[in-house]
Design a protein around this ligand. Structure first.
Ligand code: MSP
Length: 509
């Protein structure tokens, strides 16, 4: 049976349209999902929207719409963006769907009956933009410790989840599963947080109407985070406890931003422990993007819409930049200058030129027919040995979500191949040593075939364009990344040969 791989993005709030920060996480998950499919694994890639809570309700009302109508409109926008970015999700969950409401209510009831949820009174503060409860001592100058905005005072009857009871079990779990929280740099803070003592968590609101009602006490709605986290089991049919759940749960990776890491590594595992369900294998907390050195915000007017980037540079340049520019896990800065620099250097120059130069030579020296390799030299072996290491290098890099190093391995080959052309000087060989020229051109075409395959998870459109230009039929499998797959004697027709990445001329400053 094929290995399974269940991976998720966070559910995006629908208070506004998505920006590059949201696209970041989704593109990263898409790359991992495509990579695992390439390896023949059975992948379940889940994304969706977090639609309840005060924040969404307020956004809808401010725009003069009913929450549901507002939500439906934003969801359509989100889906358009995912289509544009070639996001290959298998399921799109919305927290207002019946399947989810049923699951959340069943979980709430189960935990109430078990005694893990009880009724009490919450007195403290609530941050609507973060949808979090803040205790008096946590406020910073009276404001939310996370986002620095004004919080609301709350004193109301509430249901509580006995988070405090899970302190020891969580610590024990962290201890026994050192790869659960990634990257490792995020572990110490979480461990300390738990060690400092966990408080029971308020999991219902009285004043918020836009939410899932507590099934046995409908004047309360369920706290939006308690509701949203459950999506990860709703989508694999937890309630039915059928084949899908058995096959895919536990999730292999929850990919989330650093500010919501805590919900995923502390609250969510405690909820699962209470339900007697296995804990996800890994939660990865990625970093945040600033734009031209500043935090993105509506009030600053610097929020970057991914559609605009794609309009200008194309989808794959965007996907490339997001994952190449910054080691995953660290914060990064999105600037027009660095985008154009990378685009011109790595994509237009290195990759685009390599393909173009090689195909022009094939046409000129062999009328487009892939030659049989002739005599061999050391530099050929060096190229081949780099390529032979690629599958395992990609495996290792993507296992630890080091996208930038996966790219380095691919570009090592691209750069080597460009130098190989300069070194072997095919224009001289054409006059002096035709047999040797056959080897060189064969090797270049074969290297490009493998590069086109290796970039498929990252840049699916570019991969297809390359395949077309190389006259390859759809050949996507991890195994075909082995040397020698291209057929000598085949003619590569000149068609659709526009540059992969036309160079961008930077305006003079
Ligand atoms: N709805 C919750 C998640 C619930 S998951 C059960 C939520 N939604 S969100 O829309 O506010 O954020 C979704 C993701 O976008 C988070 O992982 C967050 O880190 C990410 N980003 C939002 N702004 C970002 C940047 N500027 N940079 C990188 N990622 C950022 O939280």
């Amino acid at each position: 049976m094929n290995k399974k791989f269940y991976i998720t993005t966070p559910l995006y709030y629908v208070n506004d349209i998505l920006h590059i920060g949201h696209a970041y996480c989704t593109v990263a998950v898409d790359v991992l999902a495509r990579f695992r499919r390439l390896k023949g694994e059975e992948v379940f890639f889940l994304t969706g929207t977090d639609e309840h809570g005060q924040k969404i309700e307020q956004a809808a009302r401010l725009n003069g719409e009913e929450p549901q109508a507002w939500v439906d409109r934003i969801v359509e926008e989100d889906k358009k963006l995912w289509k544009r970015l070639n996001i290959s999700y298998d399921d799109f969950i919305q927290t207002t769907q019946v399947r989810h409401k049923d699951t959340v209510q069943a979980v709430f009831t189960k935990l109430y009956e078990k005694g893990d949820i009880y009724k009490g009174k919450y007195e403290g503060w609530y941050c609507v933009p973060c949808e979090t409860f803040c205790l008096e001592g946590q406020l910073v100058e009276g404001k939310c410790p996370e986002c620095g905005r004004i919080t609301e005072k709350v004193a109301e009857e509430s249901y509580f989840f006995k988070l405090s009871e899970y302190q020891e079990r969580l610590l024990d779990y962290f201890n026994k599963n050192p790869h659960f929280m990634m990257p490792p740099s995020r572990q110490a803070e979480m461990i300390n947080f738990v060690k400092n003592g966990l408080k029971d968590l308020s999991v219902s609101r009285l004043g918020t109407k836009w939410g899932i009602p507590v099934p046995f006490d409908s004047k309360h709605t369920i706290y939006v985070w308690f509701d949203a986290l459950i999506n990860y089991i709703t989508a694999v049919d937890y309630l039915k406890e059928g084949e899908k759940f058995k096959k895919f749960w536990p999730a292999d990776i929850h990919l989330v931003g650093k500010e919501i890491f805590k919900f995923h590594v502390i609250i969510w595992p405690a909820m699962l422990m209470a339900l007697d369900i296995e804990i996800p294998r890994k939660v990865f907390g990625h970093g945040w993007w600033t734009v031209e050195g500043e935090k993105m915000s509506k009030s600053k007017g610097n929020v970057v819409n991914p559609h605009q980037v794609v309009d200008e540079f194309g989808v794959d340049a965007f996907r490339y930049f997001l994952l190449r520019e910054v080691p995953f896990g660290l914060d990064g800065d999105f600037s027009r200058d660095s985008f154009i620099n990378r685009y011109n250097a790595d994509l237009a120059n290195d990759l685009g030129n390599l393909l173009n130069r090689t195909l022009v030579m094939l046409e000129k020296y062999f009328e487009g027919i892939v030659p049989f390799p002739g005599s061999k030299e050391k530099t050929d072996d060096d190229l081949i040995s780099l390529i032979q290491k690629l599958p395992s290098n990609l495996d290792v890099s993507l296992e630890t979500l080091e996208f930038h190093s996966a790219f380095s391995y691919i570009w090592e080959i691209v750069n080597f191949a460009n130098k190989y052309i300069d070194k072997t000087a095919p224009w001289k060989l054409f006059k002096e040593n035709k047999e040797r020229l056959q080897t060189v051109i064969y090797n270049l075409i074969e290297a490009l075939r493998i590069v086109s395959l290796a970039i498929a998870p990252f840049m699916p459109e570019t991969s297809e364009k390359m395949e077309k230009q190389l006259g390859l039929s759809h050949q996507k499998s991890f195994e075909s990344m082995t040397w020698g797959g291209i057929k000598s004697g085949n003619k590569i027709e000149v068609k659709d040969r526009e540059p992969l990445f036309p160079r961008i001329i930077k305006p003079e400053k």
